[in-house]
Design a protein around this ligand. Structure first.
Ligand SMILES: [Zn+2]
Length: 145
């Protein structure tokens, strides 16, 4: 757990189901009830068919590193202390146009600065792991398969 980081509002009705999913150890992505396309981040109206109908679908938690970066200071104070660390973008197995930003860790409880950045490669298969950041917020992180 990283102390002092800004955390999301998990009670926002637009994406509360995403955070309910992470607390349950699942990646859930919003799916249109009209055209059935997945969309992320969540929003009230489908950008493809303009339907207001929607549901949440459990994903496999598998994906591939699409891109990554290594942030260095100046950063928010809580992140200054642990930099450099990695930030990866993962495209999901179910739909590569759905991409989540997260961190690559060595294991579910691992730190986001424990992976040597020279060992991160685009195209690497990863799976979701879950780290509790507060009583309400569980973060999705990723480990190599
Ligand atoms: Zn749609």
């Amino acid at each position: 757990m990283i102390e002092g980081i800004p955390l999301p509002d998990t009670e926002n009705p637009i994406d509360a189901a995403f955070w309910e999913g992470t607390r349950a150890g699942e990646v859930r992505i919003q799916q249109c009830g009209g055209c059935e396309r997945l969309r992320f981040p969540a929003r009230p109206v489908c950008p493809h068919c303009h339907s207001f109908e929607q549901r949440w679908k459990k994903m496999s938690g598998k994906g591939t590193i699409w891109s990554y970066t290594i942030p260095h200071p100046p950063l928010l104070p809580a992140f200054n202390e642990i930099a450099p660390y990695n930030v990866i973008i993962v495209e999901l197995e179910e739909d590569p146009t759905i991409r989540l930003v997260g961190n690559l860790v060595a294991s579910a409880g691992g730190a986001i600065n424990e992976i040597d950045p020279t060992n991160i490669e685009i195209g690497t298969p990863v799976r979701a792991v879950f780290q509790k950041a507060s009583e309400d917020v569980t973060m999705v992180r990723w480990e190599k398969v």
